[in-house]
Design a protein around this ligand. Structure first.
Ligand code: DGI
Ligand code: FE
Ligand code: FE
Length: 196
């Protein structure tokens, strides 16, 4: 599937505001991929498809996870976390997408994970900073994204954890794993001075 076909597909699947968010994530992913010398083709395709399953009814997401043995521990966490893994599985099994960078970026865009590839980081970051987003602290993340993919992603992981703790909701282990892994990375790169 090329980018044009992916956009046509999600235009059918998504409600208008979600489709417009997707177009902005594609654009932002393209800019980030160019900036950090990654494949703009992969980043934009993953961005186009990242929220493919976002408007599915929760019951359908649940059924899909169970029927395809994707449930693991996901079903014990918030249903907001289900649309990425479902979309990735649908793209691989029904639309013939084989590129693992693209599939992983779709699957992990909500929580992140330890050991994200640069394409995963780009979609994770673009989803957060696309120009339609208005999130406390977003200016700092947008500024950081001009310089360092890892530091900007670390801010996303940290801000998301803070937000979820404030909301008093459960947090998926991958959200913590993403934070820990990025914390180690930015210490190694000398981007933070801390105690780790
Ligand atoms: O699909 P989008 O709205 O574009 O964005 P998203 O897929 O990144 O995130 C959807 C929501 O999921 C967002 O409000 C943050 C939330 N989220 C991220 N990690 C976790 C989480 N919610 C819970 N309960 N636990 C998490 O670990
Ligand atoms: Fe999403
Ligand atoms: Fe999104």
């Amino acid at each position: 599937m090329d980018l044009k076909e992916a956009i046509e597909l999600v235009k059918q699947e998504l409600k208008a505001p979600r489709f417009e968010h997707t177009l902005r994530v594609i654009e932002t992913s393209g800019v980030l991929a160019k900036r950090f010398k990654e494949s703009t083709e992969k980043a934009k395709l993953a961005a186009a498809l990242h929220d493919y399953a976002k408007n599915w009814p929760v019951e359908d997401l649940k059924t899909y996870l169970v029927n395809n043995h994707l449930s693991n521990d996901l079903l014990t966490y918030h249903s907001e976390l289900w649309h990425g893994p479902v979309a990735s599985h649908v793209m691989e099994n029904e639309y013939g997408i084989t590129d693992s960078d693209v599939l992983q970026a779709i699957a992990h865009h909500t929580t992140g994970r330890a050991g994200m590839t640069n394409i995963e980081k780009i979609v994770y970051l673009a989803d957060y900073i696309e120009p339609g987003r208005d999130i406390p602290g977003i200016d700092e993340v947008r500024a950081a994204s001009e310089q360092s993919l890892d530091y900007a992603c670390w801010l996303v992981a940290r801000n998301t954890l803070n937000y979820l703790i404030q909301k008093k909701v459960t947090i998926h282990p991958d959200s913590f794993h993403a934070y820990n892994d990025l914390t180690r990375t930015i210490h190694t790169e000398g981007l933070l001075n801390g105690n780790e």
